[in-house]
Ligand binder design. Structure first.
Ligand SMILES: [Mg+2]
Length: 224
């Protein structure tokens, strides 16, 4: 049985800077300021907020209460932004998920820095949320490398069976996904479509694709 864990942004879909727009609106409401500095792709949303607050010198203490308030607004705004920003799936994603979901030896999951509500909004927008049975999200832990074991544990509870690192495959578009795969000893499949190819190479990935248009090849790489 393979546990196949997908990153969201840059891997399944391109959200056309929906997150950036939603952060701008959230900070506008919370601080009355238009932020200009943003965080690096691949971080968990909790760390993204921390970086935004620091880099823009917003002066807030990023504690649990602040994060809850921030993500409440952020979720509201990203819903608005997604309605107009025209997010789209990477080539081949719909067919790949359809194919994998029919395979009885595969369980599909998410491993993303997005908080769960936002992950759901993005994937629902493109009718992809229901493909995923398990997941670990940005609200589970600020450290992305801790999310792999959480996803594995949830898959074990869901299927009532054990997973070893060899059973786990991570698909992602940045070096943060690579670190995540290394942290649990999983197979890493990189996708360079979104343009973070500088952080992915033949050495730090087991397989590297431009996108997922060649379903057969990608499925082979996942199952091998
Ligand atoms: Mg990504």
């Amino acid at each position: 049985m393979k546990l196949v864990l997908f990153d969201i942004d840059g891997t399944l879909l391109i959200s056309n800077k929906s997150g950036t727009q939603a952060h701008i609106k959230t900070c506008q409401e919370l601080f009355g300021k238009t932020i200009t500095q943003f965080a690096q792709a691949g971080l968990t949303d909790q760390l993204v907020v921390k970086e935004i607050v620091q880099k823009n010198k917003l002066g807030a203490e990023v504690d649990g209460g602040f994060l809850a308030r921030y993500f409440g607004l952020y979720t509201k705004y990203i819903k608005e932004v997604l309605a107009v920003s025209k997010p789209f799936l990477l080539p081949g994603v719909a067919k790949l998920l359809e194919e994998l979901s029919k395979n009885p030896d595969v369980v599909l999951g998410l491993l993303t820095g997005n908080v769960k509500d936002v992950a759901k909004l993005k994937l629902d927008k493109l009718d992809m949320w229901n493909y995923f049975n398990v997941g670990a999200f940005g609200d589970d832990n600020p450290d992305r490398n801790k999310l792999g074991p959480i996803a594995m544990k949830r898959a074990e509870e869901y299927l009532k069976q054990r997973f070893t690192p060899e059973d786990v495959v991570i698909l992602g578009d940045t070096n943060y996904d690579v670190d995540c795969a290394r942290a649990i000893g999983a197979k890493m499949i990189g996708v360079t479509y979104a343009g973070f190819s500088h952080s992915l190479n033949e050495q730090n990935t087991n397989y590297l694709f431009k996108d997922f248009h060649d379903t057969k090849k990608v499925v082979e790489a996942i199952l091998k």
